[in-house]
Ligand binder design. Sequence first.
Ligand code: SAM
Length: 167
Amino acid sequence: MLLLILLVVVGAFALGALLGAPYLPIMRRETRGLLALAELKPGQTLIDLGSGDGRLLRAAAAQDIRCIGYEINPFLVLISRIVCWRYRRLITIHLANFWHVKLPPADIIYVFLIDRYMARLDRKLTAELTQPTRVISFVFAIPGRTPARHNANTYIYEYEAARTRKA
Ligand SMILES: C[S@@+](CC[C@H](N)C(=O)[O-])C[C@H]1O[C@@H](n2cnc3c(N)ncnc32)[C@H](O)[C@@H]1O
């Protein structure tokens, strides 16, 4: 029984590692610099693709940002819903594989993935965004895109809406 529980837990964490990035949360002190660079405004909506334990969502909600997280690991979804409870009016966390989610409109999309998924992410954003969206990538740059701003570990990109490009 213990072995089964262990396998389920390990499997949940392995799934995230296989489909986007292993669970390696952003450090709390780094969230401050990232949010400052992103110039978020109260009332805006932020999506975290692979929201982990919800710490970036919480830091953004503390600035009155509406937040949507997608997380594939059910244990992390449970933990993040608990720790984000205080901001439940601002934060929604979905148990989902974000590659299969049709992205809702948002002002900002935040990701902390790994290098090998950045090109796939770019294709998804390019195809699906319905409004101009600021995309923030922690650690890894998006290949073929010039960031509007960046610092040592954060890249900020301005994506236009798919509709605009086709017109
Ligand atoms: C490097 S962690 C980043 C966590 C959080 N965004 C942060 O910055 O602290 C990546 C997270 O993405 C999740 N993840 C990876 N692939 C995913 C997918 N396809 N759909 C949903 N979540 C995914 C992992 O389970 C993990 O929690």
